[in-house]
Design a binder for this molecule. Sequence first.
Ligand SMILES: [Zn+2]
Length: 132
Amino acid sequence: MYAKKICKCKGLRIINKSIYSNKDLRKFFIAGLNKVGAGHDRVILVHNSRSICHGLADCPGKGIELWLPRPDRLDIRELAYVFEHEVLHNLGVEHKDMSTVLSSCGTKDDDVLAIPNWAKNLTIRIQNRSKH
Ligand SMILES: [Zn+2]
């Protein structure tokens, strides 16, 4: 018998290939995972996008891939919906089982959609690369 049980949860792993701040992304992802009620033990790969914000996810699984547009096009509200959408896929939820808002990633009825509460006070800034 083992005296102590080793925790195998490695927590959230972010592979950040985007221009955005690791710290801001982590804060945002943790808030989103908590909102959806998903565990933090995921691997999230973040890229720069040349166009809109979009994503991919294991369904079900632990991997998420996100493409974030450049700062003048980055919309926290849109990213929040895309992220929730991908997290739901991780939990095994398919498009037909999502609400219209989530299955369209917040792109439908743009004007009426508000920023989700969990993302309201969050910002995603560009990574400070002063040491380069
Ligand atoms: Zn999807």
